[in-house]
Design a protein. Structure first.
Lengths: 326, 184
């Protein structure tokens, strides 16, 4: 057997879970999907004496999406969230990022909240929480608190959670009319950790350009026949960017100063400035797979491509009437 | 497994677990730290599930949990209770009467040494249930979490589409939904 000896507890209620956590605060660990934790245990990089398996706990599998926010319980798998039509409509950046989380078999078991609690700077979902301005709800025997991504993330693989605390749910604000969001990442092999990844939320002054009901159309499976080029005139008012694998924690940069006032059909004029600001902001480390310089360059390229994609008329991904293709 | 001292063995937390595998219920006394992959192979002697990297990268140990492919090396057997586990033996265990996915691998010459094959079989079986008309690109994406060091994948991609054919889909980009663009 690969992990060191441990005891698995399988509570049925949140209250029992919190009791167990308090009792084993010094040598216990929560396990949900375990897709990050079990490899760590198999390689004996960690050897907790107690694992509190929350997969049988009732009331942690809720998933709701409204015009305000998407709420994801601690037991909702990446795959379920990725496929949820309500979540895709409310904020498509979640689904786009989830498509880059490892492989389908890992997404079937791994949970989005678990990934956030793991706080790996190579993970997509901690960054998405930060980018969207999301929050986590944290419970312990002594009470409940709500943390922003900034309050939660302390460093790589390190959060401000106390040993006896459990994240019961995460909530991600929905896009508002006029906003568009997207995610892109480059990995050496499908499903690997990204060499670099970028998420963007772009705000415009035109609610037709990016209205809620059309979001799924321009993000997935574009059907060019379904709509004309309505709402193509829009001015960019703001831009937020978040990163995977090139910052220590999911730090977000606001680029409103760089982009504000630019019409979407003139996005080419700001791409270099946006990429440059991002390259100054990030702090990639080099390793055997890619140098720091390469990751920095790549992040700028990915951000530029994504910004251009988000600036295209809706229902016209890949066939932009403005730039003739790319 | 390395030998433990008697004291270590006595201190090893164990539990009685109930596992449902390939439609059969089992009651087993196993160490808590035992992974599903090891319980399948060692306790239930279902050695069709192969163990490669044991940290979720290679896909050889893929089984289905309630019909969805998962890595059996990344879940403790205790955590698989109250789910239905399907291994490659549950998909097809008769050389004279292979399951459609297995027949598709034979038809497409989709295996050589066979080590990775059980993980592909369990993955593709679930995928074609979900997507009866996979395009070549979708087939590639579906198997992207499984490593094969012999075939070069081309014939495994064909086996995905052959499985779809055998199930009554078409599997060859011919069904409209995934029809390739044809210049008129």
């Amino acid at each position: 057997m690969k992990p060191s000896p441990l005891r698995i507890h399988r509570p049925k209620t949140v209250e029992d879970t919190l009791e167990l956590l308090a009792a084993h605060a010094s040598d216990g660990k929560i396990i949900a999907g375990g897709q990050s934790l079990v490899p760590v245990l198999n390689m004996r990089l960690a050897s907790p004496k107690n694992l509190i398996d929350i997969t049988a706990v009732e009331g942690l599998d809720g998933l709701t999406a409204t015009e305000t926010e998407i709420t994801v319980g601690a037991l909702v798998s990446h795959r379920r969230l990725e496929r949820d039509p309500g979540a895709a409509c409310a904020n498509p950046v979640l689904g786009e990022a989830l498509g880059h989380v490892a492989h389908p078999a890992i997404r079937n078991r791994g949970t989005t909240v678990g990934s956030i609690a793991h706080a790996d700077p190579n993970g997509e979902m901690p960054m998405i929480l930060a980018l969207t301005g999301g929050r986590v709800k944290v419970r312990s025997l002594t009470g409940t608190r709500t943390l922003t991504a900034d309050e939660l993330n302390v460093g790589p693989l390190e959060t401000s959670l106390e040993p006896e605390e459990l994240i019961t749910e995460a909530s991600f604000p929905s896009l508002q009319p006029g906003q568009r969001a997207g995610f892109d990442e480059l990995a050496r092999r499908s499903g690997d950790y990204g060499l670099a990844g970028v998420g963007l939320i772009m705000s415009t002054d035109n609610t037709d350009f990016a209205s809620t009901s059309d979001r799924a159309d321009y993000v997935d499976n574009v059907d060019p026949a379904s709509s004309g080029a309505a709402g193509t005139a829009a001015t960019i008012t703001g831009l937020k960017a978040g990163f995977v694998s090139v910052t220590d924690t999911p730090d977000i940069i606001e680029l409103d100063d760089v982009v504000a006032g630019t019409p979407v059909d003139r996005v080419d004029t700001i791409v270099d400035a946006v990429a440059s600001a991002i390259k100054d902001f990030i702090d990639p480390e080099g390793d055997i797979h890619a140098s720091a310089d390469y990751r920095r360059h790549l992040t700028g390229v990915l951000a530029g491509r994504l910004l251009k994609r988000l600036s295209r008329p809706k229902n016209a991904r890949g066939v932009s009437v403005l730039s003739g293709g790319q | 497994m390395t030998q433990m001292s008697a004291a270590e063995a006595a201190a090893e937390p164990r539990s009685t677990i109930r596992l449902s595998v390939n439609g059969k219920d089992h009651v087993l006394d196993v160490p808590d730290r035992k992974l599903l992959s090891d319980v399948l192979r060692q306790d239930l002697e279902l050695t069709g599930t192969h163990v490669g990297c044991e940290h979720g990268v290679c896909g050889a140990c893929t089984v289905q949990l309630d019909g969805d492919p998962i890595r059996s090396c990344l879940i403790f057997a205790a955590s698989a209770q109250s789910h239905e586990v399907t291994t490659v033996e549950g998909i097809g265990d008769d050389p004279e009467n292979p399951a459609d996915v297995q027949q598709a691998f034979i038809d497409s010459h989709g295996l050589q040494c066979g080590f990775c094959t059980p993980g592909f079989i369990t993955t593709i079986d679930a995928f074609v249930n979900e997507n009866p008309h996979p395009s070549e690109e979708e087939a590639r994406e579906a198997i992207s979490g499984n490593l094969c060091r012999c075939t070069g994948y081309q014939n495994i991609v064909k086996a995905v589409q052959r499985t779809a054919e055998l199930r009554g889909g078409c599997g060859q980009d011919c069904c409209g939904k995934d029809a390739p663009e044809v210049s008129q």
